[in-house]
Write a protein that binds this ligand. Sequence first.
Ligand code: CO8
Length: 373
Amino acid sequence: MIATAIQSTGLWTPGEVLTNQELVESYNAHVVRYNAENADAIARGELAEKQPSSTEFIEKASGIKARYAISKSGILDLDRMKPDIPFRPDDELSWMAEAGAAAGKDALERAGWGPADVDGVICSATSMQRAYPSMAVEIQQELGIGGFAYDMSVACSSATFGITVASNLITSGQARSMLVVTPELATPQVNYNDRDSHFIFGDAATAVLVVREDDATDGWSIRGMKMKTEFSNNIRTNLGFLNRCETPQRSEADQLFSQQGRKVFKEVCPMAADFILEHMGELGLTPDQVKRLWLHQANINMNSMVARKVYGRDVAPEEAPIILDEFANTAGCGSVIAFHRHNDDFVPGETGLICSFGAGYSIGSIFVEKRAS
Ligand code: CO8
């Protein structure tokens, strides 16, 4: 069987940083205005009085301190409370393709590879800016890559499932190398009027260059890949192409990200830990042979719990690195950013795990082993 490897990874972040403090100040100003405007209805018991948000809660409950955002001013503008994205005509590069292409370019430069060395592009992300032409084909054109390209989407597991598909395309002989791009413009999906979720997401894009192992110069051997899905309504968006035809019409809030955060926490932690241990067992690995878990980045407490269950003991921060303090939840990008940022200290032969978990529910697990250069 043709073995595969990750040759390099790439990362793109928007230029603007949005802190918890800024977000909470803006949300709390909205609360004051909302409660004043609806004072009569609140007094009659028809509407609930909105409660303020707090930076202390956000950091303690999630571990998030800040996030990168494509339009900070739009989010903080009380009359708007959503990113303000300048319209681009059809003959300009779209926003999502720009983010994906930048991450892809970074991955290629880090590998020292050119576009001609790549056989195709998979754009795998939570949401697509449009259905067609495919985002992947636009990114392929922007990067000057030949071959074929297509989109796929598995929410938080978009990148890990995308890497798995790319690896399988290489193993089956359909490509020698694939660029898996995950542009997550997550802030446009956030309801900034909602206290429970206004702080959760940030924008980023990642790219992973998956290659035949015998073409890899150094990088990471892929030792095993495993995927799981199980339907749950606990993390959901209802945005879709049927919406404009539905009767009655959905509100805007009903088309944005929503979740039962507590339930997700309780259900996904054991599911992810059991899945990781099962996959490890199938590969003949024991937890002490796995140096690091690059986990999905939704919640710091969730990651500590999953890591503790996997290792069967308390874990050091470097065993399950956290990037959501800087990035917040970047959906499919989270585990790849953790891997991208925290792998320099691996020596050849050492093994780590890239693992996503989230909406669907979906879990994607990829064990990688550092290769000699
Ligand atoms: N400020 C102050 N207090 C607050 C706030 C706030 N902003 N929000 C809630 N509270 C209060 C609540 O009212 C509650 O008060 P009380 O106890 O009096 O009722 C108290 O704080 C505790 O509330 P919770 O129980 O809801 O708080 P938790 O400790 O559970 O923390 C979290 C909430 C942070 C949401 C937590 O449950 C969590 O992170 N869960 C896991 C969620 C998760 O992993 N989700 C997956 C995310 S989905 C994903 O990763 C990708 C999907 C695709 C995304 C697409 C792009 C948008």
